[in-house]
Design a protein around this ligand. Structure first.
Ligand code: AMP
Ligand code: AMP
Length: 340
């Protein structure tokens, strides 16, 4: 008899959502947790097994065991934060998603090319401090979760505060508007894009500066920082949903031209800022499940429209894997490096 597959992921980020969704779709579940979080993941009945490791980077040493246990790995934000691109590519354990997308996502230049080809509006990019003619945000490479980003008023401010930076960075036009993170799921089996949910991030201290009047801030040594500490739900003005869907469609279409026939599939997120003229400016794309979807473990207003049952992004991933298995086509939802 065929042994059932186990859905496995690293214990952090959106693991609870992914594994709850996997259990709801009938899979066995496994979390790889570190010593601090092991107890947390063991405390949930929907997680069948937990493997404890000292560091998340020890994950690579477990691959043989994961293969023996017939696991399918579902990556999330911590995979990108804790494992290198090289390590990702070396894995032959069945992996949900297309690893070719990682190169296009990891390089800010390639990512810009991808998004521009998909006709998304991008903030202006400045090659050097001297070119700056408006407020900008300076983003350090490799900074995760908005850490180390700087708001810069003008070229003179750049000279004083950023010109000395040793690490690599990019300079982007600062868009003033409402940040909105749109969570999508593209099904390669149904060839269909769905909007799963949306969130806005809660970032400190930029989201609290408005609590102190500008006049009172004058002379204080305070500047915005963008460290994410939480997320809150949003529903979008309905007249803007069509454009949100169009952006996702075009991102998927172009991905099939640039990273192999499979392109980008599964969960992804387009990070936008909406200006007063209701234009979406795109800051970035995340090519996998994002943590903002954790708000919707029980489903979102948007996923309810499609499913009339609790459908989180994590569960949607498991549903796609199950559909692929039932039609004897598991490979269609796995990276081509996967050995079955
Ligand atoms: P963690 O597992 O919490 O260390 O997070 C891994 C990566 O995901 C980091 O780059 C975080 O900045 C990002 N991340 C974690 N939680 C959130 C969140 N709630 N919203 C946005 N990004 C997050
Ligand atoms: P990111 O690492 O691109 O997700 O950006 C982290 C945070 O920095 C976002 O959630 C925004 O609050 C802010 N941010 C990034 N890019 C811009 C931009 N071009 N204009 C204004 N704020 C931005």
């Amino acid at each position: 008899m065929n042994r059932p597959y186990t859905i496995a992921t690293l214990g952090s980020h959106s693991a609870l959502q992914i594994l709850k969704g996997a259990r709801d779709e009938g899979f066995k579940t496994l979390a790889i947790a570190n010593r601090e979080t092991e107890r947390l993941y063991r405390s949930f009945a929907f997680i069948d097994d937990v493997i404890g490791v000292d560091r998340y980077s020890d994950f690579m040493g477990l691959l043989g065991e994961l293969e023996a246990r017939k696991c399918i790995v579902v990556p999330h934000g911590s995979f990108v934060a804790y494992l290198s691109l090289d390590e990702h590519k070396k894995m032959t354990v069945p992996y949900f998603g297309n690893k070719a997308v990682l190169d296009w996502e990891a390089s800010r230049e390639l990512q810009r090319e991808w998004l521009a080809r998909a006709n998304l509006k991008l903030p202006r990019h400045f090659k050097s401090g001297a070119e700056i003619d408006r407020p900008v945000i300076v983003k350090l490479y490799g900074a995760g979760g908005g850490k180390g980003y700087m708001f810069i008023r003008d070229a003179a401010d750049f000279e004083v505060r950023a010109a000395h930076l040793k690490e690599a960075y990019t300079i982007q036009e600062y868009i003033i508007g409402v940040p909105l993170y749109i969570h999508y799921f593209y099904s390669p089996i149904a060839n269909k894009l769905e909007i799963m949910s949306m969130d806005r991030r809660y970032e400190t201290n930029v989201d609290s500066l408005g609590r102190i009047p500008a006049a009172a801030q004058e002379g204080m040594d305070v500047s915005p920082s963008y460290v994410v500490v939480g997320n809150s739900p949003v529903s979008l003005r309905e007249s803007m949903l069509a454009e949100a869907l169009r952006m996702g469609d075009d991102v998927v279409r172009v991905s099939k031209e640039i990273c192999g026939p499979k392109g980008l599939f599964g969960a992804f997120c387009i990070e936008t800022i909406i200006t007063p003229d209701m234009q979406f400016y795109v800051m970035e794309i995340s090519a996998r499940i994002v943590a903002g979807t954790n708000l919707f473990i029980d489903g979102s207003p948007y996923s309810y429209l499609n499913y009339s049952e609790s459908m989180s992004t994590g569960r949607r991933i498991a549903r796609e894997i199950k559909t692929a298995l039932l039609s004897n086509n598991l490979r269609s939802v796995l990276d081509d490096s996967s050995v079955l």
